[in-house]
Design a protein around this ligand. Structure first.
Ligand SMILES: Nc1ncnc2c1ncn2[C@@H]1O[C@H](COP(=O)(O)OP(=O)(O)OP(=O)(O)O)[C@@H](O)[C@H]1O
Ligand SMILES: [Mg+2]
Length: 112
C-alpha cells in the first residue's frame, strides 16, 4: 500500500475528488494547511532570527491506495489540479506498512 500526499489549491478540491472517484478511489483525509514552494520562501530577520513569511493556504489530501493504483491516481490528480500557474502544488508518495479497518478488523488492501 502507498500513501499519496497531495498539496493542492483549495478551489481544486471538488475536481480532484471527482477525478479520484472516477477511477474508484473513495476515501481521503483533507486538512487545511499553509505552505510555500519556490517562490514564496522569503525570509525576514526579526530580532536576530530568520523568519519565513508569506505562507499560502493549501489543502493537504492524504489518500491510501493499493500500489497498482498509484500511477492512475497521480495522473487523475494532476489533470484535475493543474492550472499551469505557480503554486499548483505537489504530490508525495510514501509507503504504508499496514492498514486496519476498525469496524471489521480487516487488514491490508482489504481495509482500504
Ligand atoms: N519541498 C516541499 N516540501 C513540502 N511541501 C512542499 C514542498 N514544496 C511545496 N510544498 C507544498 O506545496 C505547496 C505548493 O507548492 P508549489 O506548487 O508552489 O511548489 P513550487 O515548487 O513552488 O512549484 P511552482 O513553481 O509551480 O509554484 C506549498 O505551499 C507547500 O505547502
Ligand atoms: Mg510555488
Amino acid at each position: 500500500m502507498k500513501q499519496i500526499t497531495a498539496i493542492i489549491k483549495p478551489f481544486k478540491l471538488d475536481d480532484v475528488r471527482d477525478a479520484l472517484h472516477e477511477i474508484g478511489i473513495h476515501g481521503m483525509t483533507v486538512t487545511e494547511v499553509k505552505g510555500y514552494g519556490r517562490q514564496k520562501g522569503h525570509t525576514e530577520m526579526y530580532r536576530g532570527a530568520e523568519y519565513v513569511v508569506d505562507f499560502l493556504p493549501k489543502l493537504k489530501l492524504e489518500i491510501a491506495i493499493a500500489e497498482n493504483v498509484v500511477e492512475p491516481a497521480i495522473e487523475a490528480i494532476i489533470n484535475a489540479a493543474q492550472t499551469g500557474k505557480i503554486g499548483d502544488g505537489k504530490i508525495f508518495v510514501t509507503n504504508i506498512e499496514q492498514t486496519i479497518r476498525i469496524r471489521t478488523g480487516e487488514t491490508g488492501e482489504e481495509a482500504l
